[in-house]
Design a protein around this ligand. Structure first.
Ligand code: SAH
Length: 399
């Protein structure tokens, strides 16, 4: 088994639950191993500290599976972890939700692995090829534990670029079950959605925004809604379900906009939306907001949920500036007394800095605001370390 030496500082962090060892933190000169090999970390007193999955192809060289007491990493280990994760989510079906995250990576004890359920389909997304040797074990476990029809494999961009796994496990590879002949249907808080689990972003749907969508539903009655970065229209369908008078969507991706129209049609089967009620702009979010401002357009509720602006730490300041600008542009098209919801999913932007940027953006318009609430992930996205807490949002009343 591989042995890895680390500093005392990192040792302390790992004891507190930090789940990664980066390549530059490995202190032994030569470590040899394949993706997925088990590696043990000993503490400064030469006692067992942690065991994890080794990945020579990733900057995150070791992803910790277990700390404090040594255990066998076998089928029972993974089964126990999965059952624990399921226990945290067992009330979803009762709430009318059949699309939710079953495993949230390191935060549920499966570092670098996400498992999302869409009714009877699960999507397994890998952020490291270290899980490839365990795929058979996982498939057997999923078949035994979850009542599902199929399991689709998705890989992060970095994993997709690796030669070793790209041939056998291409994007959207069916790990087991019946072939899909179209999108998968599921429910979220009683609302019907369709998701493209093979080509859609992430695993096809942004499940992490569920609670914020529910808030939007409650704030929508009789209101005009602007949904910027609308993707497949999840916020829009909730807004109409909550009684919104109109929704305008903005997104640069025409496939997402088409999927959004379909989601609206499939939830509101007997309703024909007029152009005054529902419309879309295929445009850059920043440009479209300026255009709306120039045309003196204003909305009761403005949702701004952009893609991650800081994928690397270096980009943090650029991202904060973009969040500030978006909040400014969003506030400008919010009616007096209306509500702006701004969100960020950038890992490298900490919640306090994000909120500060949003408030700065609103204030720069000369308008006053009242903070209504700050929000985070839905409960199927627990986090055990700061990198796991990526989603932050804030609802503000604009005066
Ligand atoms: N709010 C959505 C998720 C948004 S994901 C939901 O709840 O499902 C971010 C979206 O922004 C994607 O659909 C992507 O196509 C879109 N996007 C990315 N860059 C953009 C840009 N510059 N202008 C407009 N849309 C953009």
């Amino acid at each position: 088994m591989i042995h890895i030496k680390i500093s005392k500082t990192l040792e302390k962090k790992i004891r507190q639950g930090y789940p990664w060892v980066f390549h530059y933190q490995v202190q032994n000169e030569k470590v040899e191993g394949k993706p997925g090999d088990l590696a043990v970390v000993y503490d400064s007193k030469n006692q067992f500290l942690a065991i994890g999955l080794y990945d020579p192809e990733s900057d995150i060289r070791l992803r910790i599976l277990q700390t404090s007491n040594p255990v066998d990493i076998d089928n029972c280990f993974f089964e126990e972890r999965l059952n624990r994760a399921l226990g945290l989510r067992d009330n979803f079906p009762g709430e009318g939700t059949t699309g939710y995250r079953i495993i949230n990576g390191e935060n549920d004890g499966f570092p670098g692995l996400v498992l999302d359920r869409y009714e009877e389909t699960v999507v397994l997304k890998l952020y490291t090829s270290a899980w490839v040797p365990y795929l058979d074990t996982l498939i057997t476990l999923f078949k035994k534990t979850l009542s599902i029809k199929r399991c689709v494999l998705r890989r992060s961009r970095k994993v997709a670029a690796l030669k070793g796994i790209s041939k056998k496990y291409n994007e959207g590879h069916l790990l087991f079950g019946d072939k899909l002949d179209g999108p998968v249907r599921f429910k979220e808080n009683g609302i019907d959605f369709e998701v493209d689990v093979i080509a859609g972003q992430k695993t096809g749907f942004y499940l992490d925004q569920r609670d914020n969508r529910q808030k939007v539903r409650l704030l929508s009655r009789g209101n005009s809604v602007l949904n910027v970065f609308s993707y497949t229209g999840a916020f829009s369908v909730y807004a109409f379900a909550g009684g919104a008078s109109s929704v305008l969507e903005i997104d640069s991706n025409s496939v997402a906009l088409a999927a959004s129209r379909k989601n609206l049609r499939s939830h509101f089967l007997n309703r024909n939306f007029s152009v005054e009620e529902f419309s879309q702009m295929k445009a850059d979010g920043f440009d479209a907001l300026s255009e709306l401002e120039l045309g003196n357009q204003e909305y009761d509720l403005v949702i701004v949920d952009p893609p991650a602006f800081a994928k690397r730490k270096k980009q943090t300041n650029v991202a904060l500036n973009a969040y500030m600008k978006l909040a400014q542009a969003g506030a400008k098209v919010t009616k007096k007394g209306g509500i702006l919801f701004a969100a960020s999913c950038s890992v490298h932007v900490q919640p306090p800095s994000f909120f500060k940027a949003v408030f700065l953006g609103i204030r720069s318009t000369g308008r006053g605001y009242e903070e209504i609430s700050r929000t985070s992930h839905a409960k199927d996205h627990p986090f055990i370390f700061s990198e796991g807490e990526y989603l932050k949002g804030v609802f503000c009343k604009i005066n």
